[in-house]
Design a binder for this molecule. Structure first.
Ligand code: ZN
Length: 319
């Protein structure tokens, strides 16, 4: 199943394959939930399909079948282990894949969340990019392109997945999952219009949890609930993984307060009046907290610190 908002990216890639102009390296960037990995895999299939036409992959040849089954040996996907892509992972791919490149079909390496390479991994990859092997396509995906080495970026063809219209995202979600219009709207709001993220919000019923979190945050400010109770509830329900959505709500609140948004379509008001700079500081802390979540640290303690910070953020009158 192709994701409709990736159609243009795919259409532009097909002639490169047909005219044997596949680049050595592609850097795919987009916001979270826009389908970077899906697009990378579609590109891999196009590069590896044995009967590609100008319409795209055949979906019938052995390469297409193996990719569909997820076990094509010429397609390697590298992901971070404990939030880091290690140099051993990059070296392994250079020895295993690059040195055994065949003459006919392409081999494809997808490096997911490439910003998670540490300096040694990035340098190891750079060496490969400096002397690109024939018939190997390396696809890096990232939602934090600014964190990649300029020398790596300059050796890749950069492709961005443009944000999709609310209409297309809405239509796609309606075809994929049962939900009322308000539910879809709210999920798209929380995900900043990223369809796959909105899908996961709907699929996992995250919206209701987020609404309770907002109520808890109001109660914390009003001192009507105990910090440790909120912390326990959030942590035992894994709600701390939803904090990114809280920062979307806070940011939206800020834009509304400052007249930068005309109308609030969602029901995501947080009934607290806090100075803009304090809200921004808190959003920054959420961001740092979310980064630390990938590390094996004491998450509950970190969450407690974050909520304490929120509780102690001075607010003025309540709406
Ligand atoms: Zn095929």
């Amino acid at each position: 199943m192709s994701l409709p908002w990736l159609a243009d990216n795919i259409r532009q890639f097909i002639p490169l394959v047909n005219e044997q102009r596949i680049p050595h390296a592609i850097l795919l960037s987009a916001a979270r939930g826009m389908g970077k990995v899906e697009l990378a895999k579609e590109m891999a299939q196009l590069a590896m399909c044995e009967n590609i036409t100008e319409d795209g992959a055949c979906f019938r040849c052995s390469a297409c079948e193996l990719i569909k089954a997820g076990n094509h040996t010429d397609l390697t996907v590298i992901k971070a282990e404990n939030a880091v892509i290690k140099v051993s992972q990059i070296r392994k791919l250079t020895s295993d894949v690059v040195l055994t490149a065949s003459k006919n079909q392409h081999k494809v390496i997808i490096i997911q969340d490439a910003e998670k390479m540490n300096p040694s991994s990035a340098n190891a990859l750079l060496k490969t990019l400096e002397e690109p092997p024939q018939k190997v396509l390396i696809i890096l995906t990232t939602n934090e392109i600014g964190q990649l080495l300029p020398t790596i970026k300059s050796r890749c063809v950069k492709i961005t997945i443009q944000s999709t219209s609310n209409h297309i995202a809405n239509q796609w979600l309606t075809s994929q999952i049962e939900s009322d219009i308000d539910g879809i709207d709210f999920a798209l709001f929380l995900s900043d219009n990223s369809p796959l993220l909105a899908y996961s919000i709907l699929h996992n019923n995250v919206s209701e949890d987020v609404k309770i979190m907002v109520k808890d945050m109001e109660a914390l400010q009003q001192q009507s609930v105990a910090l440790l109770d909120v912390c326990k509830k959030w942590y035992s329900n894994n709600w701390h993984y939803n904090l990114n959505y809280i920062s979307v709500i806070l940011l939206n609140h800020l834009l509304l307060k400052n007249g930068l948004l005309s109308e609030n379509k969602s029901e995501s008001h947080i009934k607290i009046n806090i100075q803009a700079n304090k809200i921004l500081t808190f959003i920054k802390s959420i961001h740092q907290f979310s980064k630390r979540l990938e590390l094996p640290l004491k998450g509950e303690l970190q969450l407690e610190k974050l909520l304490l910070m929120w509780k102690n953020t001075p607010s003025s009158t309540i709406d």
